[in-house]
Design a protein around this ligand. Structure first.
Ligand code: PMT
Length: 404
């Protein structure tokens, strides 16, 4: 059960604003005190009177309105909120948030609040994919702004693709998660992320396309839920998420050593890294000269097997919850079922890496959560931060079942 909270819903001027009354109604139904602030444009899409009636609270629109400011000024509105939901977060509103503008009530409140902000973006697919919007999104995420959606599908503008605002029940679930941070406090979560690089010589190596985004999203979300987080990171250019202790490694052997070193205190281990199964038998200490090595335009490398870190830790895991990943390109579910049986982990997150919109390097992912009994739960295409959140929900469920 989520404790009743004070939620401020900041409504942006987009067609998706028509869904806000349903959102507000669900939040009020959960016992929350809900207040709404609207941009001028939002009032064209949703009636302030409807929101005022559903919330039982005065709706605010103007920053410079003497009577509105007199009742409760915008700074108090920002201060007296436990969570701010921005729905719909239009491209314009996201840009204003990202750049710290405060030229109307909604943007001023968003700049002044110290409460967590959860945004539900909604816009045309081309506006969403525009580099300016994506850069603003990155800035907002770096600052800890939470996100739900957008979803993919038919858009009000007639286009098809990502841009539809998350459905009100999904926004309510995301708000629940935002308000229940601390659910992993007392837990120590060890996450591996990124690819390993197996050196051939000082300038060359064997690596893979893992960007680290999936593992970093898991580390960030676990930290937000109050866990102590250790992130063992292979090759990646991502910044360290807030409140996360990071250990950088290069090779699979280094990753194994770091994982075993950190294992002692860990209660949950999530192996999102893409670890090389093989490494060159020997790495040359000088750059190999192609003229002296290559005969008939063919060069052979002798590879030896790397230890399977996941399998190894599953053998000694004790009470720890161990989550593995599987990158599969065909027969995803049967292959993943065989993998969970072979490796012995408590949950396997299977990616279909033949998709171009999910898996390696993308911002989005679509996965199947597979348990040792072979049951499958699908997580459809969404941002990796949201996939991470669903994986952690599942881990919390496993923990709850064990405790019960
Ligand atoms: O980093 P991103 O760009 O965001 O992409 C995310 C991802 C696609 C890399 C990630 O979601 C993913 O699928 N990671 C696992 C990739 C992989 O190596 O899969 P695998 O099927 O080869 O390995 C299965 C599991 O065993 C993995 O948990 C892996 O970490 C582990 N393993 C594999 C080999 C090895 N020698 N030791 C291991 O521990």
């Amino acid at each position: 059960m989520i404790e009743p909270a004070r939620i401020l819903v900041a409504v942006g001027g987009g067609i998706a604003a028509y869904k806000v009354p349903e959102l507000v109604r669900a939040l009020v139904g959960q016992g929350h005190t809900v207040r709404c602030v609207l941009t001028d444009a939002a009032t064209q899409f949703v009636s302030p009177l409807v929101l005022q009636t559903l919330t039982g609270e005065a709706v605010r629109r103007g920053l410079l309105d003497v009577s509105e400011e007199g009742e409760i000024d915008h700074i108090r509105l920002a201060d007296q909120s436990d969570l701010v939901i921005v729905a719909p977060a239009t491209a314009d509103l996201m840009a204003r948030m990202a750049h710290g503008l405060a030229n109307d009530l909604v943007s001023a409140v968003l700049l002044a609040t110290r409460a967590p902000i959860l945004m539900a973006p909604a816009m045309n697919v081309n506006m969403w994919n525009h580099p300016a919007t994506q850069r603003n999104l990155e800035l907002l995420r770096e600052r800890g702004v939470l996100q739900v959606g957008p979803e993919s599908g038919e858009l009000a503008c007639g286009w098809e693709g990502l841009g539809r605002m998350a459905a009100p029940p999904s926004i309510v679930s995301a708000a629940d998660r935002a308000l229940s941070s601390g659910s992993l406090s007392g837990q120590c979560v060890l996450v591996t992320a990124g690819g390993t690089t197996e050196p051939i010589d000082p300038v060359r190596g064997i690596t893979n396309r893992s960007s680290g985004k999936m593992g970093f999203a898991l580390a960030a979300e676990a930290a937000r839920r109050g866990a102590e987080v250790v992130l063992v990171a292979g090759s990646t250019s991502l910044p360290t998420p807030e409140a996360v202790r990071r250990v950088d490694v290069g090779t699979a052997l280094e990753m194994r050593a770091a994982v075993l070193q950190e294992l002692e205190g860990a209660t949950v281990i999530i192996k999102a890294a893409a670890v090389a199964d093989f490494r060159p038998r020997e790495a040359a200490d000088r750059k190999l000269k192609k003229e002296t090595l290559v005969e008939s335009d063919v060069m052979s490398l002798e590879l030896v097997r790397n230890p399977d870190i996941l399998e190894e830790i599953c053998q000694i895991k004790g009470e720890r919850i161990v989550v593995g990943f599987a990158a599969e390109s065909h027969d995803v579910i049967p292959a993943a079922r065989r993998k969970i049986e072979r490796k012995g982990c408590d949950l396997l997150v299977a990616n279909d890496v033949s998709r171009s919109d999910a898996g390696f390097s993308t911002d989005l992912n679509a996965v199947h959560l597979i348990t040792p009994d072979g049951a499958v739960e699908d997580v459809s295409l969404r941002h990796k931060a949201e996939v991470a959140s669903q994986i952690l929900d599942r881990i919390e469920k496993i923990r709850g079942e064990r405790e019960a």
